[in-house]
Design a protein around this ligand. Structure first.
Ligand code: HEC
Length: 494
């Protein structure tokens, strides 16, 4: 490339990044708080990095993608827009110099910071998924969830350079796709999937080491705890469990992961996070479905479908301390706290009940049962989910409100705390299968941003995550994720 041409290219590149900065900031202004806006801005100005391009993006152009010709096969022609350097005879990869040329030609078809305006992303994407109407190279990517497409989007957005996360606190929402082998990672500043973790079939629960370097995922297909490197998404170790797991939790200090075993008789497996060995099995009342650690870190609480029981485990003695029996199977739980941080109440969802039970922690007993309103209604029967009318419950990090999913209402209800007054609800998306009645989203789980401004609901039937403004009760984004998204968790790094 001549000097003048290169200088022009840089100019175009600079202009593009400035314009994307402004349009991006405009879009964000309505929904995102100031700190998140700042984080978004820095993400969008970060130039796409060469290193990330060379190691992660470029291999996509050479790769045999099933039922598709390789990008390289056509784009090595010299007159092509988005020209890829011809490989030297015998070579299977580009050298550094060639990669630099490919990098420059890829930059010509992207708007830094803005995947939605980048031809590299739109041209080979299927029109049904938001791509251009026609590409002579075909619909290379069927959806915006295609892992290769996501890598290119990540590069265009300027992340993957680590420059984004280095300075500011980083928040990510993790979603396990329970009927697949992937975990989607959402950046709440942009409400886009920024990473996909692969290779864990039937992932269930997810927790993080306090320093954010590792992710722990219970794996139902192999009955192991997968230990994953957060940045690379690589599986570091598989810790064998005594039976098929369901959900898990991590102690506050991060020293132990507690995995609920779904097989009888019901134990909590304790995994030491330094040795990555199973060091203990704590007997509880019945096969475990969900397990939590109380906000003060003193107790673990497990719930059983079969034994219709909640077991509270003292984490100091690592023994069951007390429990509560119900007339129905125990589903997810949430906790609120006293002013001193100790646990005040447990909110317990139950099979066949469209609402939740209230357990007083000091009295060690159920003290109330709150039914959700009958309206809105009309969902859940066609989906075969009437037996689990309410699944997914959570208390905002500021402790001021309780959020409860309802499959029957296809909505999430908000209650104020501590008075448990109904504030209202947010409607969830409908699913429209061709020729069938509209069905609901079948919400499964709830998580929040650390500022308590947004609630994330996994819509398992809709392959979406709904993002709801906790003040206005309006859905502000729908994020496409994988098959049957269920458990979610929020990672916050400072
Ligand atoms: C069968 C040949 C073929 C394959 C394979 C192919 N392309 Fe293309 N591509 C073309 C042709 C021809 C054009 C120009 C005409 C058009 O836009 O259809 C083009 C145009 C493009 C453009 C430029 C759009 C513009 O005008 O700005 C981009 C970007 C692109 N392709 C990306 C890709 C990527 C990425 C892949 C692989 C995932 C790929 N292509 C695979 C033939 C191909």
């Amino acid at each position: 490339m001549t000097g003048i041409k290169r200088a022009m290219l840089l100019l175009v590149f600079f202009a593009a990044s400035v314009s994307s900065l402004y349009s991006g900031a405009r879009e964000m202004r309505s929904a995102a708080p100031a700190a998140e806006q700042a984080a978004t801005r820095s993400a969008q100005t970060a130039a796409p990095s060469f290193e990330f391009f060379k190691t992660k993006v470029q291999p996509i152009f050479l790769k045999n993608r099933p039922e598709h010709a390789r990008c390289y096969g056509c784009h090595n022609l010299s007159n092509r827009i988005f020209h890829l350097d011809p490989l030297s005879p015998g070579d299977t990869d580009w050298n550094d110099e060639q990669s630099q040329r490919n990098f420059q030609s890829a930059l010509e078809v992207v708007v830094p910071g803005d995947p939605a305006s980048s031809r590299l992303l739109l041209h080979p994407l299927a029109p049904e998924a938001g791509g251009d109407p026609f590409h002579s190279g075909g619909r290379q990517f069927a959806s915006q969830n295609d892992p290769d497409w996501l890598v290119m989007a990540q590069w265009v957005r300027g992340v993957g350079t680590e420059a984004v996360s280095a300075s500011q606190s980083l928040t990510r929402i993790y979603v396990t796709n329970s009927a697949s082998d992937t975990i989607d990672v959402i950046d709440p500043a942009t409400n886009q999937v920024v990473q996909v973790i692969h290779g864990i079939e039937l992932p269930h629960g997810i927790a993080f080491s306090p320093d954010g370097t590792r992710i722990y995922i219970s794996n139902e297909s192999e009955s192991v705890l997968d230990v994953v490197d957060r940045k690379s998404g690589e599986i570091l170790k598989k810790v064998p469990l005594s039976g098929r797991p369901n959900n898990l939790a991590i102690t506050k200090d991060g020293s132990q992961v507690l995995v609920g075993i779904r097989a009888e008789p019901g134990v909590l497996e304790v995994i030491d996070t330094i040795s990555l060995q199973r060091i203990k099995s704590i007997p509880v009342d019945g096969a475990v479905h969900n397990v939590f650690v109380t906000p003060d870190g003193k107790y673990a609480v497990s719930g059983s479908l079969e034994n219709k029981a909640v077991t509270v485990i003292d984490l100091h003695s690592q023994q069951a301390a007390w429990g509560v029996k119900f007339d129905r199977s125990v589903r997810p739980m949430a906790f609120d706290t006293n002013p001193d941080g100790s646990t005040s109440r447990i909110f317990v969802q139950l099979s066949g009940f469209n609402g939740f039970a209230v357990v007083d922690f000091a009295k060690q007993a159920e003290v109330a049962r709150i039914k959700l309103p009958d309206q809105p209604g009309g969902f859940g029967v066609a989906e075969g989910r009437a037996g689990t009318p309410s699944h997914g419950i959570g208390v905002t990090p500021d402790g001021k409100s309780l959020w409860v999913n309802s499959t029957l209402a296809n909505a999430v209800f908000k209650y104020s705390l501590p008075d448990l007054k109904l504030i209202g609800y947010a409607q969830l998306p409908e699913v429209h299968p061709l020729g069938n009645a509209h069905t609901g989203a079948v919400p499964e789980w709830i998580t929040f941003t650390p500022d308590s401004k947004l609630v994330y609901v996994s819509d398992s039937a809709a392959r979406l995550v709904s993002v709801i403004d906790t003040k206005t009760l309006k859905e502000v984004a729908r994020i496409p994720v994988g098959e049957v998204p269920k458990r979610m968790n929020t990672l916050v790094l400072h």
